[in-house]
Design a protein around this ligand. Structure first.
Ligand code: ADP
Ligand code: MG
Length: 214
C-alpha cells in the first residue's frame, strides 16, 4: 500500500474506539492504581462521541477528519487525556492538509506534529511515565522503518510493537507528570494508563493498514 486514504484513517479511528471500549475496564484499573480511575471511561466516552460525529457525516479530507476527531475529544473528555489526544489529532490534521490520502512521509510528518503538540501542551519528557513514553518510540519506529524502505504495513506494525514496548517500559518508572506524579515513588510498579491507550492507538493503525493491504 502506497498511501493511507481517508477510509483507512476512518477505519483506524473506528478500531481505536473498539479497542478502548473493549479494554475500558483494564484502562480504568490501571488508572485506579496511580490516578483517579477514569481513563477507561474518558477514552470510551470520547471515542463514542467521535464515532457519533463521523457517522453523522464522514469528512472527505484527511484534515477535516482528523480535526473533527481532535475537536470532539477536546470537548467531550474532561480528563488530561482529552486535550492531549485532542491536540494529537488536531495537529495531525493541520499537518495533513486538505488531501484525500497520506503517503508514508506525510503520515510520518503528521504523527510527528501530533507528538510535538502533546509535548507542547503537556511538557512531558521521556521517562516521565506518560503517554509520551509509548508514543515517541512508536513515531520514531515508524520513521526509521520508512527510512529503511519498509512499506506502510511493516512501518505501522513496527510502530505498534515499539508502542507496546514503550507502554511496558512505563511500569518501573516514577511518574513526573499528571495526576500519577502526586504519588511520587508509589507510582512505580504500575503501567501508565495513557501509555496503555496509546499502544492501543498504534495497534489500531497497524490493523487498519494491514486489513487494507490484505
Ligand atoms: P486525568 O489524569 O485527568 O484523570 P486520564 O486519566 O484520562 O486523565 O489520563 C491520564 C493519562 O494522561 C496519564 O496516564 C498520562 O499518560 C497522561 N498524561 C497526564 N499528564 C500528562 C502530560 N503532562 N503529558 C503527557 N501525558 C500526560
Ligand atoms: Mg484519570
Amino acid at each position: 500500500m502506497a498511501a493511507v486514504d481517508t477510509a483507512v484513517l476512518a477505519d483506524w479511528i473506528s478500531r481505536f474506539r473498539d479497542a478502548v471500549t473493549e479494554k475500558r475496564e483494564w484502562l480504568t484499573e490501571l488508572d485506579s492504581a496511580i490516578g483517579d480511575a477514569d481513563h477507561g471511561a474518558n477514552m470510551a466516552r470520547g471515542m463514542d462521541a467521535v464515532m457519533a460525529k463521523l457517522e453523522a457525516g464522514a469528512p472527505a479530507t484527511a484534515d477535516e477528519l482528523l480535526k473533527t476527531v481532535g475537536m470532539t475529544l477536546v470537548s467531550s473528555v474532561g480528563g488530561a487525556s482529552g486535550p492531549l489526544y485532542g491536540t494529537l489529532f488536531l495537529r495531525m490534521g493541520m499537518t495533513a492538509g486538505a488531501v484525500t490520502e497520506l503517503d508514508p512521509a506525510q503520515l510520518g510528518a503528521a504523527l510527528r506534529a501530533g507528538l510535538d503538540g502533546i509535548v507542547a501542551r503537556g511538557k512531558a519528557e521521556a521517562g516521565d511515565k506518560t503517554m509520551f513514553d509509548a508514543m515517541a518510540p512508536a513515531v520514531d519506529a515508524f520513521d526509521a522503518s520508512i527510512a529503511e524502505g519498509a512499506d506502510l504495513a511493516v512501518a505501522t506494525a513496527e510502530a505498534a510493537r515499539a508502542g507496546e514496548e514503550g507502554r511496558d517500559g512505563t511500569e518501573p518508572l516514577v511518574a513526573r507528570k499528571g495526576r500519577a506524579s502526586y504519588l511520587g515513588e508509589r507510582s512505580a510498579g504500575h503501567l501508565d494508563p495513557g501509555a496503555a491507550s496509546t499502544a492501543l492507538l498504534f495497534d489500531a493503525l497497524a490493523a487498519a493498514v494491514a486489513d487494507r493491504t490484505r
